[in-house]
Design a binder for this molecule. Structure first.
Ligand SMILES: [Zn+2]
Length: 373
């Protein structure tokens, strides 16, 4: 057994305790009090490890926290984590349990296990006197699950100049790294028609709902599974009364793409939509909040090197993720890999859980990456 892995396996009970403490601090994306309590907890851990800690106070969102080790030393590595979860307060009492070597709880897998893995990766390096002589930046944001509006600039700044960006999101359920991320877009299409009495003045009206019906079919038809493109008209609202020809109808569209070219293509198609009914007008807004992270030649090369570094601990593989993450923001800026966190399952679901034996294993793996990259 690798000495790091032996050291960490001996500490699995304390890793489990720390994970329990962090999961108990419920930190839904909209819960500033819970998020700030998480910011306190990670600041305390970073301070204990000797980092220089900077807190970025937010007015409505939770505060962000950056810890820096060896400031100014060469070839920086950035580790990106998020404190928020998709679970509103109250889920801990209902769902927390440890059973068959798995820890269940809201946000345990996504991604508080990653916090524990990160802290212990640093701890094992310090215990062995093998902290690399390089700057290590560890960023904890508060709004990843809702698009990273307040943290995006800080994420990009943290990634700038890094030799490697380690996005500590959970691994795929079988432990594979996430080498690609689909891009996620939201568009809003509003049809403007002309209101008129549905009985007495039917000819004068321009029915905005009818107009939107044409557009819905066009938008849905952009879906192409062979290209991994999916478009979904997911919300609709229109009309004012049963006997009035509606003057306005609005739809929201979710769109996903795996390549930058396809993301641009979808956005162009949607923004080029033209009205069908004479007298109708379309108002179109939106785009990709997170671009896709492609599994290109650069990503494969990063993966191959990580696989080699991790080989004393485990055999790594990689695969695609259908969801978005902050890796999409860092990939254009610096070499990025995602999915370095724990092994588990039930992402965002009631049975979300972590395989506890993966905590020492992934912490040892990440320690080697920090040392060897
Ligand atoms: Zn996450």
């Amino acid at each position: 057994m690798h000495p790091y892995l032996r050291y960490l396996t001996d500490r699995l009970p304390e890793m489990t305790d720390l994970l329990t403490q962090l999961v108990r601090i419920e930190s839904f994306s909209a819960d500033k009090e819970g998020l700030d309590a998480m910011a306190d907890a990670v600041s305390a851990e970073l301070t204990r490890l000797g980092a220089k800690v900077t807190r970025y106070p937010q007015t409505t969102a939770g505060d962000h926290v950056l810890g820096v080790f060896n400031a100014g030393a060469g070839a920086p590595i950035a580790m990106i984590l998020h404190n928020d979860t998709v679970h509103p307060r109250g889920a801990f009492a209902a769902r927390f349990k440890i059973e068959d070597g798995k820890l269940y709880g809201p946000g345990a897998f996504d991604m508080k296990a990653s916090h524990v893995i990160t802290f212990y990766a640093l701890r094992v390096l310090q215990a062995f006197g093998e902290m690399p002589n390089r700057e290590i930046r560890v960023l904890f944001t508060s709004d990843e699950e809702i698009g990273s509006t307040t943290s995006r600039a800080l994420i990009e700044e943290t990634a700038r100049g890094a030799a490697l960006v380690m996005v500590m999101e959970p691994a795929l359920p079988d432990g594979r790294l996430k080498s690609s991320r689909r891009g996620v877009a939201e568009f809003v299409v509003v049809a403007h028609g002309r209101a008129a009495h549905a009985g007495g003045d039917h000819q004068r009206g321009v029915n905005a709902i009818q107009e939107i019906a044409h557009q819905i079919l066009r938008i849905q038809a952009l879906t192409d599974y062979t290209r991994d493109i999916a478009t979904t008209v997911s919300l609709i609202q229109g009309g004012t009364a049963r006997n009035v020809i509606p003057a306005r109808c609005e739809i929201h569209v979710d769109a996903r793409a795996s390549t930058l070219a396809d993301a641009e293509w979808i956005a162009a198609q949607i923004h080029a939509l033209q009205p069908v009914l004479p007298g109708a007008r379309l108002e179109i807004s939106g785009g990709f909040d997170r671009p896709p992270m492609e599994c290109n030649a650069e990503r494969i090369a990063i993966f191959e090197r990580l696989k080699q570094i991790a080989s004393p601990i485990l055999t790594l593989d990689h695969g695609p993720s259908g969801a978005g993450s902050d890796a999409a923001f860092t990939a254009p800026i610096a070499p990025t890999m995602d999915g370095l966190g724990a092994v588990g399952d039930g992402l965002h679901a009631a049975d979300e859980h972590v395989v506890l034996s993966s905590l020492p294993e992934r912490a040892a793996m990440n320690a080697l990456i920090l040392r060897e990259w």
